[in-house]
Design a protein around this ligand. Structure first.
Ligand SMILES: [Zn+2]
Length: 191
């Protein structure tokens, strides 16, 4: 996937965009809760009904994720406290995982720069398992199980954290956290 000038950082793809695409990205980001929005610190509740409301939420999240140039997006990031996220499963497919559980994670880990659609313009180093197995259901209630490596494994760990109100700045080193908050705080005062 890295044949072009792009870097995948957590749930964000960092890549130069043409003006039309960049405008669409900004519109999408405006609909995604931004740090320090209170919803980002809240724990989402399990989904009990696989109804049209859930399916339209998933549809909306998929569109927002693609427009925002992300590879993952959790419901808490659109202010909905339900346990569901979407992620880029492969080049063509964005998949939803409802009530996700990471059932296996490798002891082997990697520290890499991570970005977040809810904390724009910042990356922090986060240690994640290189390989995970995640289980849950799709938006129709059918069971799903994905064995994932590398950036996809990192992404679903990042998204599962979102559903528990945990952000990448809660997972980074104290120094990187301090530095990130130093950038974020003045921005909050100004906006
Ligand atoms: Zn995020």
């Amino acid at each position: 996937m890295a044949e072009r000038d792009e870097t995948i950082e957590g749930e964000v793809v960092d890549e130069p965009l043409d003006p039309e695409r960049e405008a669409r990205r900004r519109l999408a980001l405006a609909q995604i809760r931004q740090y320090p929005d209170a919803a980002l610190k809240m724990k989402a509740r399990p989904v009990e009904e696989f109804d049209d409301e859930l399916r339209s939420l998933v549809e909306r999240m998929k569109l927002l994720m693609v427009d925002a140039h992300g590879i993952g997006l959790a419901a808490t990031q659109v202010g909905v406290l339900r346990r569901v996220f979407v992620f880029q499963l492969d080049e063509e497919q964005v998949a939803a995982v409802v009530n996700p559980e990471i059932v296996e994670r490798s002891d082997e880990t990697e520290v890499a720069a991570e970005g977040c659609l809810s904390i724009q313009g910042i990356t922090v180093p986060v240690e994640r398992s290189l390989h995970v197995v995640i289980e849950g259901a799709d938006e129709n209630g059918d069971a799903v199980r994905y064995e994932l490596d590398d950036y996809e494994a990192r992404c679903v760990q990042h998204e599962t954290d979102h559903l528990d109100g945990v952000l990448m700045i809660d997972r980074t080193t104290p120094e990187a956290r301090r530095e990130a908050l130093g950038v974020l705080r003045p921005r909050i005062v100004l906006t």
